[in-house]
Write a protein that binds this ligand. Sequence first.
Ligand code: MN
Length: 242
Amino acid sequence: MKKSLLLLILIAVFTVESSYSQELKKLSEAKTLSASKIVEHSFNPLPYSYDALEKAIDSETMNIHYNKHFRGYYDNFLKAIENSELQSMTLIEIFGNVSKYSTAVRNNAGGYYNHDLFWQIMSPDGGGQPKGELAKAIDKTFGTFDAFKEKFENAAATRFGSGWAWLAIDNQGKLFISSTPNQDNPLMDLAEQQGTPILGLDVWEHAYYLRYQNMRKSYIGNFWQVVNWDEVAKRFEEATSK
Ligand code: MN
């Protein structure tokens, strides 16, 4: 009797311990995309099925966006840095000096990183509102969650041509909303407002045109239904604990 109880306790402890270390592993893997050397990167799988975000993004758009556009940026980025010292650098290092490199590096490194972030900060279980420290920081900076949404939507809607809208953290730990053209992002040395992005919305026509045609505002409005606030909060904590 005593022995089997001990065995049960051991199994319970081991199970808790191993799921805890798996969580830690996941966290450190997520952290390393921008902070690991490019030679250690591989093409990341989409974290859900193509039709998982139907509330906001249709399956055909997800399929083309992930397999053609994202894949294209990834492949062309690797091609652009072939046999160069950039292979042993991190995305953070490359973005920090991106003005010194070719347009191909700028566009494709940006396209690679931006889309990877975009896939991660969405989820079929997304939507609702942020919690905890992130919610407090949003209220402190923008007044209310609705005021934040309005400002973010405005940044996304008024980006002329192709680009991105961002929620990011500056080097003082303060949140800001910005928009960048093409595949630029706030980590780049040439960005008007520099910081670490924690939420990004792709407003290129390829991201929404099949379902929404010219109605970018409807696409932006539906985006909130799939935002993975837990992932955004995780990125917020990582960026503010640096
Ligand atoms: Mn895109």
